[in-house]
Each structure stands twice: as C-alpha cells, then as structure tokens.
Design a protein. Structure first.
Length: 734
C-alpha cells in the first residue's frame, strides 16, 4: 500500500468509524408528530432506545409501519446523534471533548493549512505535498461531517434543549469552521435554532455568515417563518431587528408569516396566540390589512326604502367590533384609515367616457335636496325616447346631493389602497365604501341593461387601470364574486383591451395585460319566468381575457336537465351542468309582504346552490386566474350570494313569489378568499378587495295602498358575518 493509499484509508476510517470509548447519548426529544419525515419537530421527554424494537408476534406489517412512522416523526438530531464521537459529544454538551475533537478550533486548523481557512480549492496531492494531510483530510472535514442520519454536529447543537449549552456548542463549532449554511435533511442549523428558540446561537451564526436570516429550507421556510410557526417571539424579534429577515417571505406552500404564526405551538391558549399576533403586527406594520372607509360614502341616499343604504357600512363595522371584542381579531391587525382623496378626472376617464362623466358633473351641480331617479335621467341625456325610458318609480339607482362625492371618494379609496399595496405598506386591502360600481360601464348602464344596478362609477376598473397606467403593473386581474354578473366591468375591460391592442407600440408579451372573471347566477326567465339581473355573462370571451363562470339559480334546479327555449337559460344550464349532479327546488315564498326564509343548514348535498357555486369557483375560475399569472388581483367582493340575501332572490311576478337563488355561508366566502390568496402568491400576495353588493335578509316589508313599498326592514347580521369572514381570511392568508 502506498503512502497516499494509507492516508486516504486513514481519513476514511476517521470519517466513518465509531469511537468505542465515546459515550452514547440519550437526549430530550420532540413528541409532536409531523407529516413529513425529518422535518422540524418539538421536544418530548422520551429518550430513544439504542436498538430498534422487534415486531410483536401478532403485529401486522401495517401496524409496524405505523409505529415506525410515529417513531421517526418524534426524532430530533439530538436523539439520533450517537455513533459519531463529535455528534455524541455535542449532544452531551461536553465542552472539553468537543474542543478536543475539532482540534482546538479554527486557530489550530488555520495554522495547519498555511494561514487560510477554508483551505484553497487545490488538487488533493498538492495539499498532501504541503503537509496538510492531518489538518485538511482528517480534522477539518470532521466539523461538517454528517452522521448516518445526515445531520452535522452544528445541527445537533442547534437542536439542544438548553440555550446556554447550545450557545457554547455553536460557538466552538463555528470557531472551528462549521458551515452554518450546510443543509441537513432539508434544513440548515439556523432553522433548528429558530424552532428551539436559541437566540444567542442564532446571533453567533448571523455574525459568522452574512445573510443567513434569508436561507431557505427545502420546503421554502425561512428562519423567520420557522420561529413564527413555533411561537418563538424572542427569535422573531432578533431576526426582525437584524434588518436582513424578509417579513413578507412565503414558503413553498405559499404560507406567509401570519399564516404560520403559532401553528405548531403546544398547549397554548387562544389568548396566548392572539397576543403573539398582536406583537407581530405591531412589529411588522406591513402585514396589516389596510381597511379604508369614509363618512362621505354615507351621503349617497335614495328617496325611498332601499337595500343599498348607508346602514350596510354601519353593520359591517359593528360586526368587526364585535369580533374584536371576542378576541378573534385585534385592532393592531388593521391600518384603518379615512385619510385618502377623491379620484381625479383623469382617473375616472380611463374607465368611463367623457360624455358620461359630464352627465355626472352636471347632475351633481343641478340636483336638489331630493334624490332623483338616475337611470331615466341618463336615458334622457342619451336621447332615449320618453316612452322607452325606465319609470322613475321603478328605478333602482338614485342620485342625491352627496352621490358624486361618495362615488369619487370610493374610487379614490381604491386608488389609495392599490398604491399602499404596490408600495409594500400593506400586503392587501379592503375598501369598505359605497356606492358599488361593477354594473357601471363606459357610458353608465351597459347596452341592453335595464339600469346601472346601484352603480355610479366602476371602482374596480378605475383601480385596475390606475395600477396599469400609473404603477406600471403589467398583469392585473379583476375577480368578481358578486351574485350578479359584473357587466360594467366586462364592458370596460373589453374596451380597454381593444384600444390597447390597437396601439402601434403594443406587443403581446411585453405590453400590459388585463384579465376579468366573474362567477354569478344567470337566468333569462324563458323557462322559469324569473329574469335575473342583468341577464348577461353567459359566454366567455377568451380573446379578450374574459371568463364568465355561470351557476344555475336554485329555482332552476328541478328543471336542470330539461330543454329550455330561451338562449340564456339554455346556455346557463349547459355551461353549469358539469358542476352539479342535480339539486332540488328551494323557494322563498312571501305572503303579505313578509318573507319566510328556508333552512340551509340541513339540506341534502344535491339541494344546495352553494355546492355548485364552490365547485365552479374551484374548477373554472381559479385555474383560469392562475393561468393568467397576475401581479395584482382586484376583487369585486359582493356578498349577495349569501343564504337569504335579498340580492339573490328571484321574483316571479305571475305567481307573486320570491325564490332563493343561492345560499352561500360565511365559511364559503372565507374559502373563496383563501383560494384567491393562494393564486396571489405569484404576486407577493397583493390583493385589493372592494365592497360591491350584499344587503341582508328580508325581515318585513310594508306595502302602501298604491302598491309602492312603504317600508323595508332588513336583517344585516348575516351579510356582515360574510364580510367579516372575508376580512379575516384576507388577514390570515392562504
């Protein structure tokens, strides 16, 4: 055997042989099960046996498999440290033995390799010729050697229970040249230190390796995410104070700091976790939800009882305060503001025509103290013959002295919210303003629509086009889950895309792009006798990035497989049949002006519109949105698809009955929001949500002798709960 062969054999035996004189370790370990083997785990008090247990006489392979999986889930690097002298000594916390095994630290190793550490990357023979065989081939690599489980000694040190012992071991190993970035089973030492809360050890590694605060585990976790997941707020503070940790980072599953916070804390009360959230939001204001509202938005009123009223905003904030009082949310989680301006003319003119904006300005100057019917006024301005104009008594949209100010303020709130999110001041935002806007097209009411459906300015499109034109956002998606089709938004989106593609400098890959998708009910009344507003949105326009997801109303469920003469009804049934296996009728009948609400909690699976709605949302809307790959998502958040909301009632005038169209619950709105946030991971979670519809359930309606509605009483608690579920999901994340 040559001298070189002897050296290599000696180095190999030194790497893998066990030290018979070294003690075997028994350590405090973690008992919390994990779904992935060798992932980060919490501690337990059960030491690992040195020999593997044999399968019992009556134990099946399946039983043995479960036992083995459970055992490996509970292992930590400390528990499996035996077998290699250095690892075992670190697990025992034996300072003298660890120091001896690493050869006295970095200083001694540096002397042995010619004043350089790490040694230069030169051929092995050159190093041997320089006399560095013992230092480089035997001593130095031992610091970062992996044991049979794939762990380095530094990983074992970071998984120790005692912080002082951990700090001492880490200091010795780092001084000896241990690499704090070396991954072991998908995790770096710093990830283990973050799990166990070893602040001093983490600080040592931060000094030794610049930028280690951003190192990613195999699953995408950063040290900050791991510390938050295990509720180690002292570590969270240290990482944030270092200035190098990214509080907006997400792991491979799209989870952010708020999503993982306290997820693996053991035996902690809800109040303790809430306190963690409060401290986190105090320290990282950019995690807060921007919540925008303004008193101006309450000045838009009608001259008769109306479902779209200022009480909607009042109900939402009352419910939010109630939830805060219960401890489910904290004030620190919001950036609540009324400090934003009105939308400027150039903002409005991106979405609406000059003629329409002039009508609004003139009407605002001339309107008296009494609100006027908006739809017939606009029809008159467009030259529609009087006999074809909508009856003012039946108008659903009104214009009062405060209407234009309210609409401009709402649009200004959306612009401000988008600026905050794009600037990174908030990760997402909810604009709680009115009047709604998704039925307002370029000229107000869209062609063929009976009215503008309570809408004055299209807030969502004003915001989306601001993001494109002013903030250079290249891919903006507008998602509408109001129960009614966002016909105004679709019209403006198509109009903008047409102009965009006609520009000389347009390039299909390099120019800004816009995507619109709406999920809604549709029925033209051809088979049911119920013409559901606005009667559009039954076909896609893929060329113009428009995807309409149609859900059949519950009143059509019984005839879902029947042939209808009406085009809209037939298209709605054909398009949605694949999302449903059938459902039963669920009417809401009214007698003497009062309504009787159906129960939605105990319906068989085939009877509820919510199942069809959620399936269509998951299987059509979300994949289309993900395929577009947005940089910003603007949500037209309507809550009138909620169970018993008057917004989704279909009126059969011939039979004098009202029928419920769909029956979403608060948890459905939370699920839709989380799904949108999951897609938003591709754009750093940037979501701006805007209040559209949602009004409440009908409690009482008094009709005057002339047939007009004298008084309407709505219960808004269900509506407010749906909005709150949406807001909570925006805060917690995907």
């Amino acid at each position: 055997m040559s001298e070189l062969d002897a050296v290599l054999a000696h180095a190999s035996s030194g790497t893998h042989a066990r030290d018979d004189d070294a003690e075997r370790t028994q350590s405090v370990v973690d008992a919390t099960p994990r779904t992935t083997p060798r992932a980060l785990r919490v501690r337990t008090e059960t030491p690992r046996e040195t020999t593997e247990p044999e399968r019992g006489a009556g134990e099946t392979f399946a039983d043995a498999l479960e036992h083995e999986i459970e055992r490996t889930r509970c292992e930590t690097p400390v528990m499996t440290a035996g077998g290699m002298p250095l690892h075992a000594a670190v697990a025992r916390g034996d300072r003298e033995e660890v120091t001896r095994l690493v050869g006295g630290g970095r200083a001694e190793a540096r002397t042995a390799v010619g004043e350089t550490w790490p040694p230069p990357k030169e051929p092995l023979q050159t190093l041997i010729d320089q006399g560095s065989r013992e230092a480089w081939m035997i001593r130095a690599p031992r610091v970062d050697q992996r044991n049979e489980r794939g762990d380095t000694a530094l990983v074992v040190a970071c998984a120790l229970d005692d912080s002082e012992t951990c700090e001492e071991m880490v200091r010795i190993l780092i001084d000896a040249g241990a690499d704090p970035r070396m991954m072991s089973n998908g995790f770096a030492p710093v990830h283990w230190a973050c799990q166990f809360g070893h602040v001093k050890a983490i600080e040592i590694m931060m000094l030794a390796s610049k930028g280690i605060e951003r190192v990613r585990a195999e699953d995408g976790s950063t040290p900050l995410l791991v510390a938050a997941e295990y509720g180690q707020m002292a570590v969270v503070r240290a990482l944030l104070e270092s200035g190098n940790a990214n509080p907006m980072a997400r792991d491979g599953r799209g989870r952010d700091l708020v999503s993982v916070l306290g997820a693996k804390m053991q035996r902690q009360s809800q109040s303790a976790k809430l306190e963690l959230r409060r401290e986190l939001f105090r320290r990282v204001p950019s995690l807060r939800l921007a919540l925008l509202s303004h008193p101006d938005c309450e000045e838009h009123v009608s001259f008769k009882p109306h479902q779209e009223s200022p009480e909607r905003i009042v109900a939402i904030f009352e419910e939010l305060r109630r939830v805060m009082h219960k401890g489910e949310l904290a004030q620190e989680e919001f950036d609540e503001t009324t400090d934003f301006g009105l939308a400027e003319p150039h903002d409005i003119l991106r979405a609406h025509s000059e003629a329409y904006v002039r009508v609004l300005a003139e009407l605002s100057s001339n309107v008296g103290h009494t609100p006027i019917a908006f739809t017939p006024y606009c029809q008159n301005q467009k030259g529609v013959p009087e006999k074809l104009q909508k009856d003012p008594e039946n108008s659903d949209t009104f214009f009062s002295p405060g209407t234009l100010q309210a609409a401009l303020r709402a649009a200004g709130g959306v612009i401000h919210a988008i600026d905050r999110v794009m600037d990174g001041k908030n990760r997402n935002a909810f604009v709680c303003c009115r009047p709604p806007g998704h039925h307002a097209g370029t000229e107000g009411a869209t062609e063929g629509a009976p009215s503008s459906g309570f809408s004055i300015l299209n807030n969502a499109m004003i915001g989306a086009l601001h993001a494109i034109e002013e903030r250079n956002c290249m891919r903006v998606a507008v998602v509408d889950f109001d129960v009614h089709h966002g016909n105004g938004t679709e019209e403006i989106a198509r109009h903008w895309l047409t102009k965009q593609r006609a520009r000389e400098d347009y390039h299909r890959h390099r120019s800004a792009d816009l995507f619109f998708t709406s999920i809604h009910l549709a029925d033209d009344g051809s088979s049911s006798g119920i013409n559901f507003y606005p009667g559009t949105g039954v076909v896609d326009d893929v060329v113009n990035n428009i995807v309409n997801v149609v859900v059949p109303p519950m009143w059509l469920a019984k005839g879902l497989n029947a042939t209808a003469n009406g085009e809209t009804g037939e298209r709605a049934r054909k398009k949605t049949k694949r999302y449903s296996e059938g459902s039963d009728d669920a009417p809401v009948h009214t007698k003497n002006g009062s309504s009787q609400q159906p129960s939605t909690d105990h319906q068989p699976p085939s009877a509820g519109g919510r199942l069809e709605w959620m399936k269509a949302f998951r299987e059509r809307l979300i994949p289309a949105l993900r395929a577009f790959g947005p940089e910003l998502i603007v949500v037209s958040a309507g809550f009138d698809a909620a169970a018993s909301d008057v917004g989704n009632l279909g009126v059969d005038a011939k039979r004098n009955t009202r029928h419920q169209g769909v029956n979403l619950r608060p948890e459905d709105y939370a699920d839709m929001t989380r799904a949108l946030l999951g897609v938003a991971n591709v754009c750093d979670g940037r979501v701006v949500s805007i209040l559209e519809g949602g009004y409440g359930h009908l409690m009482n309606m008094n009709v005057a002798k002339d047939g007009s509605v004298a008084e309407v009483t709505l219960g808004r608690d269900g509506f407010a709960k749906c909005v709150t579920a949406h807001v909570k999901a925006l805060l917690v994340g995907a």
